[in-house]
Design a protein around this ligand. Structure first.
Ligand code: C2E
Ligand code: MG
Ligand code: MG
Length: 608
């Protein structure tokens, strides 16, 4: 197109200009070219004759001025990397008799690089020979500027990318568990919130999974072993669930799995069985083989509403653990009912505490040798407005789960102090009274302040701490706390001694005033020589540490006799009296109430 335009642009019968006009035009053109630093060249294709003007020589820094130049002058000057393309461009222009348009680098004699732009038109010269006339100019500055801009753009893009990546990393860290790399609770909640909007979901299942034996592995093999178990579990769970499922680590050894679009309950069961099988396999840790297992709670629904599935599967898990671990339990309405009932009970208990329905019953403790009253244990009872008097077995666990255990302890202590005052005012000599104290109350940093406000005289109140509180013998703070309590004149007793572990450590560290041997150890002492030896050893150790011993759960006179023989200092049990309300307890303080026969008569017939 351009070529034909160029050809027709030079009509033969153009009106001739005057010589003067022509000279003017030529000078102006030269001036303009000079000012613009554009070099002009001509290339006759037929003769291969090449003509350069002075500016061309300047552009190429040839140091020459000759008008005709050899072909190699141009091609030799071109940067070797650009030469092929530049020559190709020109050959193309010749072949098509079209416009020539190229850009290339030349290497100046000084070695410096210069970028040139070259454009030319095909035309037929006066002699009718095909030629090109072209212009060439220096575009180095533009090229360098463009290169710099491109460089800056690249840097900016790289920065943006890096920022995006680090944002993604931060997001990932916030949403994932560092140890296993699995999604965490936060991401799980996000996904669960998105599910209802996902119309592709037909069935939805939530599995709550808890590793069995994890705490033991952690305690006995160390945290590194625990970490290894968690990582292995994460991999195994991921391998066991379908690709469209999701698993999150939501707590120490707890995982939640979300499954979608499984066909039916049978498929769900296959997956849970597979999970259990994989998680039961041993894990190599250094030289050792560790074995864990899984308890799984499942809840599922035939649509995508996940509203309660998480809570329901948690409840099913709780049930699985309660029924002996290493098993799968499915959520049922019955479970839900139980949960509701428990919640209701917790609510009622809160109210009951406010209304003063939690009161102490008192169980007598006797000197093992003289059978004189040496003290009482205050045991919590709930005087429920409809259900009657409830024992702690019914409400203590729920209280613990709802953070009410400490309040119960406080209510009992307050009542005990009031009862004691009342008895004193009536002229009774009241022996020491033991109250039970829960782990949560003991851990309460404000406990000492609260106790001080009660103005408890020294040596009238004893705290019974269950042995399990001292499993973590490294808790120095707790020991300090207990030291302060002793300072207030409140003796410490270890309750249910022999029912748990680490008894001896607790004993040595804590230096209690007394320990109470668990009634399960007592039960067989009459019939079993071995049990007698066990109890005998406990007594011996206690004596060596200057700790008194009370035997709990004495149900028969035979028990009382054996335990006295074994060296126990005190005895407590149904044989001497059931826990009884304050009003009935007062009778035991009467001056006549000395000796076991009279005491038995006094408390006999009291309901448990
Ligand atoms: P515990 O402190 O070991 O109390 C002894 C339990 O054994 C009492 O059960 C008592 O009624 C029962 N018992 C007493 N003599 C005999 C006997 O001869 N045979 C049998 N089989 N049992 C006997 P209770 O009152 O049901 O209390 C159960 C547990 O609840 C207590 O065990 C104690 O750990 C806890 N508890 C009771 N009151 C409180 C409280 O105010 N605060 C806290 N934190 N825990 C309490
Ligand atoms: Mg007790
Ligand atoms: Mg006990």
């Amino acid at each position: 197109m351009e070529a034909s335009k160029a050809e027709t642009a030079l009509p033969e019968n153009r009106p001739t200009r005057s010589e003067q006009e022509f000279q003017d035009l030529l000078r102006r053109l030269e001036l303009a070219l000079d000012a613009s630093r554009i070099g002009v060249w001509e290339h006759s294709i037929a003769t291969s004759e090449i003509l350069w003007d002075a500016q061309m020589h300047r552009l190429y820094e040839t140091g020459e001025t000759c008008r005709e130049v050899p072909a190699w002058l141009w091609s030799n000057a071109i940067h070797p990397d650009d030469r092929e393309q530049a020559e190709y461009d020109f050959d193309q222009a010749i072949a098509t008799r079209g416009a020539y348009n190229s850009q290339f680098r030349i290497v100046l004699p000084s070695g410096e690089i210069r970028h040139l732009r070259s454009r030319a038109h095909f035309y037929v010269d006066a002699e009718g020979l095909p030629s090109f006339i072209g212009a060439e100019w220096d575009v180095t500055a533009d090229v360098l500027l463009n290169a710099e801009l491109a460089g800056q753009k690249m840097v900016a893009e790289a920065r943006a990318l890096a920022l995006e990546e680090s944002n993604a990393r931060i997001e990932h860290v916030a949403d994932h568990d560092y140890l296993t790399g699995l999604p965490n609770r936060r991401l799980l909640d996000k996904r669960l919130a998105e599910l209802p909007a996902d119309r592709s979901i037909t069935t939805l299942g939530v599995l709550h999974l808890d590793l069995d034996q994890f705490k033991q592995i952690n305690d006995s093999h160390g945290h590194a072993a625990g970490d290894a178990v968690l990582r292995a579990a994460a991999l195994r769970i991921t391998a066991a669930i379908p690709a469209n499922g999701m698993v999150a680590r939501v707590g120490g050894d707890e995982f939640v799995i979300v499954l979608v679009n499984f066909s039916d309950l049978a498929e769900l069961k296959l997956i849970t069985d597979d999970l259990q099988r994989r998680l039961r396999k041993k894990i190599r840790f250094g030289q050792e083989m560790l074995q864990s297992g899984a308890s799984i709670g499942v809840s599922w629904s035939g649509d995508r509403r996940a509203r309660n599935l998480l809570a329901e599967s948690d409840l099913a898990l709780y049930q699985a653990k309660k029924l002996g671990r290493n098993r799968v339990e499915f959520f049922t309405r019955q479970l839900q009912e139980d949960l509701r009932a428990k919640r209701r009970l917790a609510e009622e208990l809160k109210l009951g505490l406010e209304r003063g329905e939690i009161v102490p019953y008192y169980q007598v403790q006797l000197d093992a040798r003289t059978r004189e009253v040496i003290g009482f244990e205050a045991l919590a009872r709930w005087k429920h407005p409809e259900k009657g008097v409830l024992a702690p077995g019914i409400f203590l666990k729920i209280a613990d789960e709802h953070g009410l255990a400490a309040e119960i302890d406080a209510a009992i202590l307050k009542n005990v102090l009031e009862d004691r005052l009342f008895w004193l005012l009536q002229g009774f000599a009241v022996p020491r009274i033991a109250v039970n104290i829960s782990a949560s109350r003991l851990a309460d940093p404000t406990l000492l302040g609260k106790l001080r406000k009660l103005d408890i005289p020294p040596d009238v109140i004893v705290f019974e701490l269950v042995e399990t509180i001292f499993l973590d013998d490294s808790d120095e703070k707790l020991l300090d706390h207990i030291g302060d309590i002793k300072q207030m004149g409140i003796d410490i007793e270890i309750d249910d001694f022999g029912s748990g572990h680490a008894s001896l450590i607790g004993l040595v560290k804590l230096r209690p005033k007394r320990l109470k041997i668990d009634r399960q150890l007592i039960a067989e002492v009459v019939s079993s020589a071995e049990q007698r030896r066990v109890v005998g050893s406990i007594v011996e150790i206690a004596k060596a540490l200057d700790v008194e011993v009370i035997a709990e759960g004495i149900e028969t006179e035979a028990h009382a006799v054996v335990l006295a023989q074994l060296g126990c200092d005190g005895l407590q049990g149904y044989a001497f009296g059931y826990p009884a309300p304050a009003a009935e307890t007062a009778r035991l303080f009467s001056p006549m109430a000395n000796g076991i026969e009279k005491q038995k008569a006094a408390v006999g017939g009291t309901a448990r």
